[in-house]
Ligand binder design. Sequence first.
Ligand code: NAP
Ligand code: MG
Length: 477
Amino acid sequence: MSDFPTQLLINGQWHDGSGAKRLAIVNPATEETFADVSSATASEIGQAVEAGQAAFESGWRDMPPGQRAELLHGLAKRIRDNVEAIAQLETRNVGKPIGDARWEVDAGAKVFEYYAGAIGHLCGQTIPVARGGFNFTLRQPMGVIAAITPWNFPFLIACWKVAPALAAGNSVVLKPASLTPLTALLLGQLAQEAGLPDGVLQVLPGAGSEAGNALATHPLVRKIGFTGSTEVGSKIMKLAADDIKRVSLELGGKSPNIVFAEADWQRAAAESPMSVFANTGQDCCARSRMFIEQPIFDDFVNQFVAATESLKVGDPTLDETQLGPMVCASQREISESFVAGAKGAGRDIRTGGDRPSERGFYLNPAVITGVETGDRAWCEEIFGPVVCLRPFTDESKMLREVNDTNYGLSGSIWSSDLSRALRVARQVESGVISINTHSSVHTEAPFGGFKRSGLGRDLGMSAMEACTEVKNIYVGE
Ligand code: NAP
Ligand code: MG
């Protein structure tokens, strides 16, 4: 028996999955299997959705808002009381540096605190309709919301999906990624301990093709909140179409990092490696296409490479580690194939792309120059520690290249000329932009993408409103 849950949480009870399939959980730093997790069948997903609907109808939907807020504050407190245990488990399962894991768990607690507070701010409107009388709107919960999450930020993204949905009065069935289900199960356990009624939050690991598919097609599921690849996001949108289920999709990215010559570019060169290599590059916001103004290009690249080479790659359980291993062997192979492709085409691999050790899915961060606009490494999401840098001379030509992608999630602009920075920020087709910093994700502000990077927004009031239906009520005179 492990000291963390490995079964399915259905209607307040822990169940061993009935299916033959199990999920073998591997520590990416050691390549050792350390847990064996139940994998939900379509029929278990069906049971959970029905229990979620019953929990919704029998109390959660109609609970006084103050009482719901208190329960969510209680869950936030339990997360805070267990930051170290959750972070240690996340590091063991994902390979992310323990310092990052602690930050993410703390951020997850803040998300629950924010939405517990937001319950009192979810407002309708009174509207002076032309024929007189009294017209107002209500924001009402939908019912059962499915949350389907990826492996790169398993705990934090689960909190992003679950907290606004519960706060708005919905029940949630959460299906975490098969590689990394452990901290989502812990969240379910903490929710039970915090006194959330049975069935309000259920957690069922399982294969996307079976459990995920069953959730996305169950007629009682009113909305699917999904974070993952654009390919699967598009599939989910199609699956949702028959029932007109609501969807919110946070998908892939290929975000730009634009550095102008007048910027404090030394600071940009020092800080930019972590804008793409944080979480070992497994970040939808990774600024993996860098546009550097020509006059500073050579000096910038030299300083960027030096800063990259000073990053501490290694054992994720150590406080000083900045880059742990990648999540699994196949993700590392994908990144390596991009580096090999660039090398084969005669591009300059300025540093990295090699394995620093035999054990663990480690990869030294790779910096590539000399790429052409049609190169795979320049166009496709790599989702690993690989970055390409290109020089530019003309602002409008550069902007056309920046927007010449199907993605549009994030991006950074470095300039000391504020009017230029704002002009460029308005023109970049991305859902979030940061100027003279790489920080662009805030609990209180909307986060999400343009184009094939997604639909709808996580975080802020937008996410909570998107977990409600608007009802208009008219009272005649
Ligand atoms: P993924 O392969 O799309 O999987 C995401 C989730 O969908 C997993 O739980 C997966 O289950 C499930 N799934 C797979 N096939 C499914 C199907 N047919 N029906 C229903 N569910 C299905 O993504 P990933 O590889 O875990 O994560 C990496 C991707 O996520 C990257 O593209 C990244 O950019 C994106 N991402 C975006 C954001 C954002 O906020 N925009 C944040 C983080 C990551 P299994 O694990 O069982 O396959
Ligand atoms: Mg995947």
